[in-house]
Design a protein around this ligand. Sequence first.
Ligand SMILES: [Zn+2]
Length: 261
Amino acid sequence: MAKKTKRAAGASRKNGSSTEYKAVIDDLVMGNRILYDQGVVDGYGHVSARDPRNPERFLLSRARAPGLVQSSDIIEFGMDGEPIRDDGRPVYSERFIHSEIYLARPDVNGVVHSHSPTVVPFTVTNVPLKPIRASFFYPEVPLFDTRDVAGWTNLLISNRELGSALAEKLGKNSVVLLRGHGNAVVGPTVRLAVYRAVYTEANAKLLLQAKMLGGPINYLAPEEAAIMESSQTRHRPGHGTDRIWELLKSEAISRTGRPKR
Ligand SMILES: [Zn+2]
């Protein structure tokens, strides 16, 4: 009898973590498609999630256009940025963005890397990317330049050293710009990382428009941002990220089809 109870408890624990894992995979697949549908990524760019079953691992698609990603494409990676089981499928050369950020930031469970088109001009000019609506831009949006750490390169974060330097530049912030390349956005969940990546692009568009109107810009104050963030990061059904995720998911499905499970 005691044996049976022990087995039942073990089965339920396993079941619980597998439910959470499936939910993260679903969000990861949908996150790929949302980022494509919203124009944040094209054929390039990727999104990952920390593995809820093992915080020393993360989940990322095989090298594939994000708008086409299915759950069967997701590969498990170690913190060295290499697949746990190498089955010969191609992997993204910039996977070290993800591994090194997860290593440096235990609070992060979702990472997006994109070449978000309206953000790129802010990586090559002296115009800082400041918050109009994006409360998660505080404390700051730092700029990482591969030249500072590696001289002449193809600008890709294609090894651990560059990934680690990028994670250091990100610091405690939510967004880091990559000079002439794109950005990396992080969040406590994959949903929030995707949401922030979408609104990083949206804020860049608003800022560009405000600059065109001319004159001084009245940015979001850090005090206002802190109040906004406290409600944004709290899960409230029908509000904030929950409402936006439902909408973005529905739009992504109508464009890319329902992913296979
Ligand atoms: Zn890139």
